[in-house]
Design a protein around this ligand. Structure first.
Ligand code: URA
Length: 473
């Protein structure tokens, strides 16, 4: 079995060379073992190339090359094997790169996104400190802990951005140095003891001043600036205090407003108070509130459809928003998506009657086409608004597990709507409790390709079975 040991530098090129040889020699994916030199194991440039094999030109879609060049920097040890397996399948299915329902491609696309996101975070969150260099240029150093192997692909950005200084970005994996305009890559190092510099205090003051307490959205902030980066960013030490005082400062700002009543700040404060209310409304009060809101009908929207099911259910199931039939019946998941859900649940051993079934957004949104009401996806503001209702339901039912079906439910519960295909089947800890992510049944209904639909439905069933297993464990 060929074992391909890839180096930690120029990994993208090394993978491409190896894959080209293997494919030319018609070695199937299951016969190849891919390994990657870890910092403890080897030097940076180590790695063995496969024994020479007959090479013949092969043609691969550009989109695959771009995908492979990015995924090569992912931290998942399986990345090379996954790429090679897709490359192998591409020989017989040249249109595969366009198949959005293909689970292997979807997984790799998600990995590509992870690497891009990591590179983006690196560009945004590396914080240099002034160190006394002995050369004619000012010298800076930064310590950073990337999730993926993004130092090498990101280094050119820093050379352009900080072309006129010497700098060094130290990570546990690889260190990038830029001396006198020349970039070099070296072994990673443990965290160096970097001196705090004067610019940091100035930066902290600036950060405190641009912080707007009336616009605090902790979830959005931590999704943009994940907590794992905080420890290496000097300004984040101010965040706890800024958050603790946000409500008071927003109130003071509202009271100090010179002219008309600050409607927006008032609404934010109302929401802050509502969100922090110690006791949720009772089920009856919630229903009364829904009825009250239903009296103010809005064109293009149906009525509020609250969840249904046992009030102490261990499992809460959250969909997107009621559809036409749900709006007419005043009950969630009774239309085509609900019927598909019911069939899948039955196969997976999930008894819907024992779950509390609800939606992220409570009103059907539609556009009239002739006499038909055509479903419109909720926008972000509507998902955000739905979180208030969801919070009430979660606080009342206190489920042990929440099953989030689709991107809107994921966004409402986890703050993120991206990457459902890669995140499905996994439980994420959230402010609402543990949330198991899965696909939305309507997504399965819309998949045009029967094979893709079958594969996605199998995943959906597996996720429902996982919910059952988790609750019975
Ligand atoms: N789709 C949903 O997300 N919820 C329903 O209640 C019906 C269809």
């Amino acid at each position: 079995m060929p074992t391909i040991d890839l180096p930690r530098l120029h990994t993208d090129r090394a993978w491409r060379d190896a894959a080209r040889r293997l494919i030319a020699a018609q070695i199937p994916p299951e016969d190849v073992l891919w390994t990657f030199a870890t910092p403890a194991q080897d030097d940076l440039f180590a790695g063995t190339t496969p024994a020479p094999m007959p090479t013949a030109p092969i043609t691969v879609p550009k989109s695959f090359v771009a995908l492979a060049d990015t995924v090569a920097w992912h931290a998942d040890p399986e990345r090379f094997a996954r790429l090679y397996a897709l490359l192998w399948r591409l020989r017989d299915h040249p249109g595969l790169m366009q198949d959005r329902g293909d689970p292997d491609l979807a997984r790799l696309r998600q990995m590509e996104k992870n690497v891009r996101r990591c590179a983006h975070k690196m560009k945004a969150f590396v914080r240099f400190r002034d160190i006394d260099g002995d050369g004619p240029r000012r010298a800076f150093a930064a310590w950073f802990e990337p999730t993926h192997h993004t130092v090498e692909p990101t280094a050119p950005f820093f050379t352009r951005r900080f072309a006129d200084m010497d700098w060094m970005i130290v990570t546990p994996d690889v260190t990038a140095r830029f001396d006198a305009g020349r970039l070099s890559l070296h072994e990673g190092q443990p965290k160096p003891d970097l001196p705090e510099d004067g610019a940091e205090a100035l930066w902290g003051t600036y950060f405190r001043n641009i912080f707007n307490p009336a616009r605090v959205k902790v979830q959005a902030m931590t999704s943009e600036m994940p907590r794992k980066y905080w420890k290496n960013m000097p300004e984040t030490r101010h965040i706890p205090e800024l958050l603790a005082n946000a409500e008071r400062r927003a109130r003071e700002m509202a009271e100090a407003a010179p002219s008309l009543p600050p409607l927006r700040a008032g609404r934010i404060l109302d929401r802050l108070h509502e969100d922090r209310r110690a006791d949720p409304l009772s089920f009856a009060a919630l229903a009364a509130r829904a009825e009250e809101e239903n009296r103010r009908a809005e064109p293009g929207y149906g009525r509020i459809v609250l969840g249904e099911g046992p009030q102490d259910a261990a499992l809460m199931i959250v969909g997107e928003q009621p559809g036409d039939e749900e709006d007419r019946a005043g009950r969630p998941f009774v239309g085509p998506a609900g019927q598909l859900f019911d069939r899948a649940a039955q196969t997976a051993g999930l008894d819907r009657r024992q779950a509390y079934v609800t939606n992220a957004v409570k009103r059907f949104k539609f556009q009239m086409r002739g006499k038909r009401r055509i479903h419109q996806a909720p926008n972000r503001g509507e998902v955000q608004h739905g979180r208030w209702w969801l919070r009430q339901e979660v606080d009342l039912v206190k489920p042990q597990l929440i099953l989030a079906m689709g991107a809107n439910a994921a966004e409402a519960l986890t703050g993120r709507r991206d990457g459902i295909l890669a995140r499905r089947g996994m439980v994420e800890e959230t402010e609402f409790g543990p949330v198991l992510l899965t696909l939305h049944p309507a997504y399965l209904l819309r998949l045009p390709d029967p094979a893709a639909r079958e594969a996605a439905t199998a995943h959906f069933r597996a996720d429902l079975a996982m919910a059952v297993a988790r609750l019975t464990a």
